[in-house]
Design a protein around this ligand. Sequence first.
Ligand code: CA
Length: 231
Amino acid sequence: MNTNPPLVLVVEDEPPMLRFLATALAARDFRTAEAKSCKEALVAATSQNPEIILLDLGLPDGDGIALTRKIREWSQVPIIVISARGRENDKVEALDAGADDYLTKPFGVDELMARIRVALRHAAGGASGGPAVLDIGPLHLDLARREVAVDGREIHLTPLEYRLLVLLAQNAGKVLTHRQILKEVWGPPYAHQTQYLRVFMAQLRRKVEPDPARPRLLLTEPGVGYRMRDI
Ligand code: CA
């Protein structure tokens, strides 16, 4: 078993950001490797076998989205994209290319650590389904019995609402794009029917959220998708 602290590959060309990330990670006992370009990142990703990659999208010799696609050809290592504010399209493209999550600059150390924790946990869980019972704040999901309760009170969901809730709960803490959710719940031909998703999300929130207008569990990621809060 590997008892070393996880190795984080930081791909970032701006020295202050690189320093901030390296310092924050070292303070939390992570090992770090650094790359300042796509070329260096590819070499480091293959030779050093990082457990997680933090990836700036704007690099001097290319963009992080293409790099994500390249890495996904041979590796499922969690990738957290670091992007500038207001670049929703870039985030969506990176996530659809296989990135696991994103952070928008500027962000705090706590937010960074929360994202890393979630990404490492999902990577460790693998593809074998995960637990049969999920408890997320007031929400209780029993996947074997197909039962859903909020604050101990059973609620009734339609099959599509149930699949939507299970998908988000199994990915708690992780953002899912509209396209990813539509493909999983409705099927690939529906990948662009964002209005379906909006309608079902509103229905689901009415059943699950104490105050549907101010969701605590089913969070909107503006312009990107949805995220179940990780509680
Ligand atoms: Ca940059």
